[in-house]
Design a protein around this ligand. Sequence first.
Ligand SMILES: [Zn+2]
Ligand SMILES: [Zn+2]
Length: 246
Amino acid sequence: MIKRLITLSTQIQRKVNNSFALPGACIACSSAIVGHGLCAGCYADLPANDGQCRRCALPLAFGTGATMTCGECLRHPPPFERVITPWRYEFPVNHMISRYKYRGQRALGQPLIQSLVERVRDDLATEPWRRPDLLIPSPMHRNRQRRRGFNQAEDIAEQLSRQTGVPWSVTLVRKHRQHGEQAGLGRQKRLANLRGSFVVDSPAPPRVAIVDDVITTGATARTLALALAKAGACHIEVWALARTPN
Ligand SMILES: [Zn+2]
Ligand SMILES: [Zn+2]
């Protein structure tokens, strides 16, 4: 009986977490929500990533739009052309993303994913030659994916694909070995941690977009882009929900 109750409660919890309608108050200010976990005011105040590095989307103190290149990209040009990311990884975007990916509250990912879709769509309408042949969600090692229940990058790529018509693949790249958590590590340690961790099994098409939830130091994007470039990709972009400010 107890075992059946536990199973039932797990099923209900999973159903609530996977629901796209989140009951309760705005996660940023506790007032009534209009949908997807935020009230209208907080949705309007989400931290937009304006004034960013044209290459890696690092938020810059000066400048508007993507007109400048940061020092890191000047010193070590990344193996990707550019990063599209509409939000800064600041409150409440950071809370929304961690609840979306660690607690499976998919509703909180929706407004962020939808704004990325809209940014990409606008971009492809003005510069159609940038259209990628394939979307590559940043792969997660299968053990971690099993523990978490889903890979948020695949979830985002699936929605981008459905709304832009660009196909996506989860089979082209594999995460070869499990390394420690990237969270809390600096850029050099992250790069060392990731070395040799992505395996591309077959030739990559010329134009690809790597899809991820957050770009932190850019180490994952750089390592994955290098692996895709070795497999034949020559125009690589990164599409993500948010970018950390440093
Ligand atoms: Zn609010
Ligand atoms: Zn940069």
